[in-house]
Design a protein around this ligand. Structure first.
Ligand SMILES: [Fe+2]
Length: 489
């Protein structure tokens, strides 16, 4: 439509200075005298401007991951977790370069006035050195204790010279009170570029959420520091204000040899989690109580029998109204040929026996959610749903938050499923009611139900699935049949 740039009369082209002046802010271009006086050539100027911009950006070298994710004396990867009672403690973990001073953290009751820091209490962190594929770093872990329940605190971390900003968090109530939390399936791939939007969309819907559950496969390669940097970068200051409850997936397992895997060297330095699980599973199998809800995090990668026995003991002594379990490998897979029959045989009888309310899982890169009617015991999908003699009363969910997508395995006992969809979930607990909502990455409600606790201790389930079509991969278009004359012989 337009002549090539070389053919444009010089008078109608910007000078170098003019290009520089007008190149970046498009808004300035629309106000330029050139466009007012020579409107016919407006399109030419945009062509020229964009051509110059594209040329300059493509000549910029990509920043090396070792540079982009280099630690400095200024704290980064700051994340709140718990390794004690959420009503009276709060743990925080962060990273610095190895040449920073000893890690310290300060905490004070938050105040609307800006001079709150004068009465801050300082504690010393535990510091461990981690050598990664990109750098050497110090990871610092501190736990504030003796906190007052249901109280807003301000805290910062650093080394006495270099500090984070002051962040705020609220301790849990000692009593069962209403709250919401977020749950995410696998982040795993394109974490910075395509997972971050899901995490942030969830936060805009539930900015006062009490915590975030990450059901494993936070990253793709267990020891890749760049991917851990992407994961922490996506959460950014959210991680420093809303505590996380992560469990390890198979991708947090690093290869030792052909038959052996171990938990990533990043896991324990990066998080400060409870150490109240079976021996050898510290910070990867644990339990905590938040305002009347018992959360149980299991490590589905290893020691299944030990965890079943531990789980049975925890649930036998549980006094909380609601029990929510989270682990990575689903007991009812939503992916084709991905059945975890052995895990189901070991763990599901324990979950059934104690009528766990909700199980939050990942791994299958699709979405699927059961009703209350799943087979009791270790029966598998094919026969169990047809021969069940009673209901387990447990709702199982598989979800995915990152962009990696698998093919869906359909189940008649899953009233809502999806493929090719990034999702986040918001769960709200209020007395005898637990409501669950799953949203797409674009903020559309995709699935919902409510559990109502009955006087006999069982739940009823109210389906609230929105009236929107099931999301599936677009069907693969088969090529039109060729005429006989077109077929190569
Ligand atoms: Fe996985």
């Amino acid at each position: 439509m337009f002549p090539c740039v070389n053919q444009i009369p010089r008078a109608f082209l910007f000078s170098t200075d003019e290009r520089n002046q007008h190149m970046l802010p498009i808004r300035n271009i629309t106000r330029s005298r050139h466009l007012k006086t020579v409107p016919l050539f407006a399109g030419l100027f945009f062509v020229q401007t964009h051509a110059t911009y594209a040329q300059e950006t493509t000549t910029t070298a990509k920043v090396a991951p070792a540079t982009q994710y280099q630690p400095s004396p200024v704290p980064d990867r700051i994340i709140l977790t718990w390794n004690g009672n959420p009503a009276t403690t709060q743990s925080v973990t962060w990273r610095t370069a190895t040449n920073s001073g000893p890690g310290v953290a300060e905490i004070v009751t938050a105040d609307a006035g800006p001079d709150f820091e004068s009465s801050a209490r300082r504690i010393t962190a535990l510091t461990e050195r981690l050598t990664t594929d990109l750098s050497e770093a110090h990871f610092h872990s501190a736990t504030f204790d003796g906190l007052s329940p249901d109280t807003l605190y301000a805290y910062r971390v650093g080394d006495g010279a270099n500090w984070s900003e002051w962040f705020q968090f609220r301790t849990a109530s000692q009593q069962p009170e209403a709250f919401s939390f977020m749950y995410f399936g696998d982040a795993q791939n394109d974490i910075r570029s395509k997972w971050s939007r899901v995490l942030r969309a969830a936060w805009t819907d539930a900015p006062k959420a009490a915590f975030m559950i990450h059901a494993g496969d936070l990253i793709n390669n267990a020891e890749a520091d760049q991917q851990w940097g992407e994961w922490f970068g996506a959460g950014a200051w959210m991680n420093a204000m809303v505590p996380s409850i992560p469990v390890p997936g198979n991708h947090e397992q690093a290869k030792v040899d052909e038959t052996t895997r171990r938990l990533s060297h990043h896991w324990r330095p990066s998080f400060t989690l409870p150490e109240n699980g079976p021996a050898g599973l510290e910070e990867s199998c644990f339990t905590l109580v938040y305002q009347g809800v018992r959360i149980i995090a299991l490590n589905s990668n290893e020691k299944h029998q030990e965890q079943a026995e531990w789980l049975d003991g925890v649930l036998s002594e549980n006094k909380e109204k609601w029990v929510i379990c989270t682990f990575h490998h689903p007991l009812f897979s939503t992916g084709k040929d991905r059945d975890n029959a052995q895990l189901r045989a070991i763990w599901k009888p324990v979950l059934d026996r104690h009528r766990v309310d909700l199980v939050l899982q990942g791994h299958d890169h699709t979405y699927g959610r059961t009703g209350l009617e799943t087979p009791v015991g270790s029966a598998n999908v094919a026969s169990g749903v047809n021969v069940k003699d009673t209901f387990s009363g447990t709702v199982y969910v598989v979800s995915v938050s990152g962009p990696k997508m698998y093919t869906l395995q359909r189940h008649p006992f899953m009233p809502r499923q999806a493929e090719n969809t990034q999702l986040y979930q918001i769960i709200h607990v209020d007395g005898d009611r637990l409501s669950f909502e799953a949203y797409t990455a674009t903020g559309e409600l995709y699935d919902a139900f409510t559990l109502n606790r009955q006087s006999d201790g069982t739940n009823t389930l109210v389906e609230q699935i929105p009236d929107t079509p099931e999301r599936l991969r677009p069907p693969v278009q088969s090529a039109p049949a060729k005429k006989a004359s077109e077929v190569l012989k």
